[in-house]
Design a protein around this ligand. Structure first.
Ligand SMILES: Cc1ncc(C[n+]2csc(CCOP(=O)(O)OP(=O)(O)O)c2C)c(N)n1
Ligand SMILES: [Mg+2]
Length: 352
């Protein structure tokens, strides 16, 4: 490690307004997720719900490395990504609330944010489901000689899914413009990385495909952004795919209903100590990019924005039950049942 004073912190040389913007976005995601957890306990949100709490620096750093026209695929822990990719927080919250103003008209819910304009192509609930599809999108870009890049986010547990390996193999072989990002929060539900992965240094898995792999501190927004930027630009200009591993921690359970009793209290404390928000705050103060009052004002703004998202969702209409089947299939399917819940199974009673 460099002696203190010999190497300037990257926070001291970065544009202060950019840094404050990152902090504000992280604070927005933090508040948004806390409000989502609250909405769930109020039964305003149904289904599954996984939060980005503790992963805000990773989310903001990764999204800062993309152009608006680059594509993003994620797992089900994607609310923060949707916001940082440019989707209005109100539309994200409305999706959680199952309202028509949501990104997927309220049919998707927490795990299925989707917005072609923002180029967020999901939101996948099947572990690893996004990985081959994202690889296909990169193939489409390559086939059309396009200039965009695909970022494919996933968790540590996903690197044990077969499709992960098939996808990396093809991406390396065909030189596709894609960056795979493994958000290593040390846990796949209650299973640790060491329990599940024979090679627990996950970035090394890229080596099996002669792909570049690297690991970065996921609690450091600038470290994440700079690594992602480098790899994204290499994928764009040299058709060199890569695997980036960001290491951070989940601050709560796997989903909002998981009390995480499997977690040792020291481990939970370690995650708390590494919380990226206080850390970013300390970095900004040390770099004199902001003062306490300025940062408090940014946090207050972020809270107001998240609270407005909740109000927007609350005021938005529920979908009409008659539209339940509108998007089940892309084209009509013969014999498809359109029975609504509580409707009789058969038009006529069946007698033997
Ligand atoms: C194919 C498949 N198997 C199992 C599950 C159940 N499941 C949901 S999330 C999860 C853990 C995934 O962990 P990781 O990839 O590390 O992502 P994280 O939740 O930590 O972000 C599992 C096993 C699933 N959704 N899909
Ligand atoms: Mg995980």
């Amino acid at each position: 490690m460099a002696k203190s004073g010999t190497k300037k912190s990257p926070y001291a040389t970065e544009d202060p307004a950019t840094l404050r913007g990152y902090y504000r976005q992280m604070a927005l995601i933090r508040r948004f997720e806390e409000r989502a957890a609250q909405g769930y306990t109020q039964a305003k949100i149904g289904g599954y719900c996984h939060l980005n709490l503790g992963e805000e620096a990773t989310v903001v750093g990764l999204m800062a490395a993309l152009r608006p026209t680059d594509y993003l695929f994620t797992n089900y822990r994607e609310h923060g990504y949707a916001i940082a990719k440019g989707i209005a927080p109100g539309r994200v919250m409305a999706e959680l609330y199952g309202r028509t103003t949501g990104t997927s008209k309220g049919w998707g819910g927490s795990m299925h944010m989707f917005d072609t304009e923002a180029r967020l192509l999901g939101g996948y609930g099947i572990v690893g489901g996004q990985v081959p599809v994202a690889t296909g999108a990169a193939l489409a870009i390559e086939y059309r000689d396009g200039d965009d890049v695909v970022m494919c986010q996933m968790g540590d547990g996903t690197t044990n899914i077969g499709a992960f390996h098939e996808s990396l193999n093809l991406a390396a072989l065909w030189r596709l413009p894609i960056v795979y990002v493994v958000v290593n929060n040390h846990l796949g539900m209650g299973t640790t990385v060491e329990q599940a992965a024979a090679e627990p240094e996950l970035f090394r898995r890229a080596a099996a495909y002669r792909m570049h792999g690297e690991r970065v501190d996921g609690n450091d927004v600038l470290a994440v952004r700079d690594a992602a930027r480098r790899l994204v630009e290499r994928a764009r200009t040299e058709r060199e795919p890569a695997l980036l591993e960001t290491v951070s921690s989940r601050l709560r359970g796997h989903s909002v209903v998981d009390p995480a009793r499997y977690r040792a209290s020291e481990d939970a404390q370690k995650a708390k100590d590494a919380d990226p928000l206080p850390r970013m705050r300390a970095e900004l103060l040390a770099a004199k990019a902001a003062d306490e009052a300025g940062l408090d004002a940014l946090v207050a703004e972020a809270h107001t924005e998240a609270d407005a998202a909740v109000a927007y969702a609350d005021d938005s209409p529920h979908p009409d039950a008659k539209t339940l089947f509108d998007y089940t299939y892309a084209t009509p399917v013969a014999g498809e049942t359109r029975r609504l819940p509580a409707e009789a199974l058969y038009a006529e009673p069946v007698h033997s």
